[in-house]
Design a protein around this ligand. Structure first.
Ligand SMILES: NC(=O)c1ccc[n+]([C@@H]2O[C@H](COP(=O)([O-])OP(=O)(O)OC[C@H]3O[C@@H](n4cnc5c(N)ncnc54)[C@H](OP(=O)(O)O)[C@@H]3O)[C@@H](O)[C@H]2O)c1
Length: 326
């Protein structure tokens, strides 16, 4: 069974961890740093970043960097990807971890329902915007597979069932209230699997592995901003039940396994059969819900992201991907 003792030496490697200042992402960041990896934490608040890392020994300070990135705002996502590429020429590990859960209905700066913007569209655009540097890195190191990790949730199963295929057909469809914040969250977490599987296919000839995962039910700040419409149940969950969830150290295991384990390198998986795998709590290979494997729905999501990024930002993600893979 995988534990943090199994994380290999990562000296000289570069990683991005979105939301690396809190919860699961914070543990992931620390564990990567312990192995010598230089980690860029993509998050919204320099103040919260400084607070999170203030007690680091001074010899470690050079291993972690703040990069402003608001995943709900494609302007910011684009700027953060460019800023990273202006500082670094290699990216070995991209951990799409940041997220929000079951929050009140709202719209992002570009007019998308906030959970779809933050959890689904922002990370997909970030991954595609970094594809050139990921591919370049993969081609320079045949021994280690570049990792792209996509943090989904058991909510993709629990709340994704009612997810109709047409959810990503138009902005009106994406922005439906759905009568429940959990359904909106579930939709965004199904989309994380779509992104992982789309990228797994797109980069299948490269030395890159895409993995989606459920970290487990973890005691973090994710439960602190629940939609007031959840009423008493929401309060019981955020104030009481959360105490019984697993701690972030355990909750980070699947992510760390995906991000670092040699099990996904060409030496252990020469036929690349784990590319696109879904991991369960505790670093185990798990199963995706059938609707998360619906190729038609996945294509609708991918087309939505491409069109939306093009309309709102003038970014041509298709062309960027073609250039990265040329
Ligand atoms: N905890 C669980 O039980 C559980 C279960 C299944 C899946 N997950 C998934 O695990 C991931 C991590 O969750 P967690 O439990 O560690 O939550 P957390 O403790 O609340 O951490 C979430 C992180 O995401 C960042 N974030 C939120 N909105 C952002 C935005 N717009 N742009 C950039 N960063 C943003 C937060 O940073 P700032 O707010 O400081 O910017 C924070 O660092 C999420 O994707 C979540 O859906 C968690």
């Amino acid at each position: 069974m995988f534990s943090t003792n199994n994380i290999p030496d990562l000296f000289g490697k570069r990683a991005i961890v979105t939301g690396g200042n809190a919860g699961i992402g914070y543990i992931v960041t620390l564990e990567l740093m312990k192995k010598g990896c230089i980690v860029y934490v993509f998050t919204r608040s320099q103040k919260r970043f400084n607070e999170a890392f203030k007690d680091l020994p001074s010899a470690w300070k050079h291993l972690v960097h703040f990069q402003f990135c608001d995943l709900s705002d494609l302007d910011s996502v684009q700027a953060a990807a460019l800023a990273f590429k202006s500082r670094e020429s290699q990216l070995h590990i991209l951990v799409n971890n940041a997220g929000i859960m079951a929050v009140e209905y709202g719209l992002s700066k570009q007019g998308l329902e906030i959970q779809q913007a933050t959890n689904a569209v922002g990370p997909a655009v970030l991954s595609l915007s970094l594809l050139d540097v990921l591919v370049k890195t993969a081609r320079s190191d045949p021994q280690h597979r570049v990792r792209i990790v996509h943090t989904s949730s058991s909510a993709h199963e629990r709340y994704g069932e009612a997810y109709p295929k047409q959810s990503w057909e138009s902005i009106q469809a994406v922005n439906r209230d759905q009568g429940s914040t959990w359904k909106r969250y579930g939709q965004s977490k199904v989309a994380n699997i779509f992104t992982a599987d789309y990228l797994a296919e797109l980069t299948s000839r490269e030395n890159i592995v895409n993995l989606s995962l459920n970290p487990g039910n973890v005691r973090t700040g994710l439960y602190s901003n629940l939609d007031p419409k959840l009423g008493l149940m929401g309060k019981i969950l955020s104030k009481f039940l959360v105490r019984f969830l697993i701690d972030p150290q355990k909750g980070a295991l699947s992510t760390l396994y995906a991000a670092t384990s040699p099990d996904f390198d060409a030496s252990s998986d020469p036929s690349h059969k784990l590319n696109g795998a879904y991991l369960e709590t505790g670093a185990k290979i798990g199963k995706k819900a059938s609707w998360a494997m619906d190729g038609q729905a996945r294509q609708l999501f991918v087309s939505f992201v491409q069109t939306f990024a093009n309309k709102t930002m003038g970014i041509d993600l298709k062309q960027a991907a073609a250039r990265a893979l040329a």
